[in-house]
Design a protein around this ligand. Structure first.
Ligand code: PBG
Length: 328
């Protein structure tokens, strides 16, 4: 119907000042945001992450102040990544009682009532930087599963509410559930990095967590981003293995996967708004090329509109601060 013909639909009626806010069916709530926290055993005080302006690697000593900030903002959870003092091929630091992740979890729990998720992987604790046990130059799936169980149990014992296996090994959710239950951690939830693609958008994170693989890449275990069917299959399998929450990662290049997961399955869906997605917006804003607050609000709203129940994002503290009327 062309303009001038009657009656055409006057969509603009609902866009008037004073009316249009009624149509915001999606909004971003701090309690649905998870904040990634990098804790570095070698530090005495927090250090900025060059590739992620505004983000830090924290020392254990910084945790009380960070907890105070997270609580004030009302964010939903912290997701802890640990950088150990030393890396060794056994990766034993990942499940030690006094490993950096375990220490960080205890410190957060002592200083706040924030929910804590821990990433269950080996990437940051071994010199080769791969997510599993390396045998004969490649990652051995089944040998890795037993170690993941030990890591998960040690994290739960330290107080983690949620463990988040991120290594993309087949069977990892089932073996972690079994290990947790066998040790009595039946209430520890599993947030599975189910549909994690091999992505160029993890670049800044690898600087932050010093987890670049020293040889090869992660394409033999992380998803081909061009294969939507495999994303869904991975999610389906993780649900069958007992995942409590499934995650799609990265978020912005896989909003269609978030939507499909939401429509196909009755489980909570998380999305990870990854480091490259953060740094692109931050860099453009620092150059004066984009309105940071507007862009971030639009990005996070779009991830929730796609169907996510929760979003892991480096913007979490800033966004939550804005909502409390703080200018950051
Ligand atoms: C480690 C891990 C990675 C990210 C989260 N956990 C990197 C990778 O798999 O290479 C990326 C997160 C981000 O880019 O923000 N398994």
């Amino acid at each position: 119907m062309s303009a001038g013909q009657f009656p055409y639909v006057r969509m603009r009626r609902l866009r008037r000042e004073g009316i249009r806010q009624l149509l915001s069916s999606v909004s971003v709530r701090p309690s649905s945001l998870m904040y990634p926290v990098f804790v570095d055993e070698r530090l005495r005080e927090k250090q900025p992450i060059q590739s992620m302006p505004g983000q830090f690697r924290y020392s254990i000593g910084d945790i009380p102040a960070l907890c105070e900030e997270m609580e004030r903002c009302g964010i939903g959870a912290a997701m802890v990544f640990g950088l150990p003092e030393t890396k060794d091929d056994s990766g034993s630091g990942a499940y030690g009682k006094d490993g950096i992740v375990q220490k960080a979890v205890r410190a957060i729990k002592e200083n706040s009532s924030i929910a804590v998720a821990t990433v269950c992987t080996r990437a940051a604790v071994t010199p080769h930087g791969h997510c599993g046990i390396v045998k004969g130059g490649s990652v051995d799936n089944d040998a890795t599963l037993e170690i993941y169980g030990r890591i998960a149990v040690s994290q739960a014992a330290a107080g983690a509410d949620i463990v988040a296996p991120s290594g993309m090994m087949d069977g990892q959710v089932a073996s972690i559930r079994k290990a947790l239950d066998a040790e009595g951690f039946t209430d520890t939830a599993i947030l599975a990095y189910s549909a994690k693609a091999a992505s160029s958008f993890y670049g800044p994170f690898r600087e932050a967590a010093e987890s670049s693989p020293s040889f090869g890449d992660r394409r033999t275990y992380q998803l081909n981003f061009a294969s939507g069917t495999e994303h869904i299959r991975e999610i389906e399998l993780d649900i069958a293995e007992g995942a409590d929450i499934v995650m799609v990662k990265p978020a912005l290049t896989a909003l269609d996967m978030v939507r499909r997961a939401r429509e196909l399955f009755n489980v909570p869906v998380a999305a990870y708004n990854v480091s490259g997605e953060y740094s692109m917006v931050k860099a453009a804003a620092l150059n004066g090329w984009i309105d940071y607050r507007g862009a971030v609000t639009e990005i996070l709203t779009s991830i929730f509109r796609a169907g996510a129940d929760m979003v892991v994002t480096y913007h979490a503290l800033e966004v939550a601060g804005w909502m409390k009327g703080e200018v950051v």
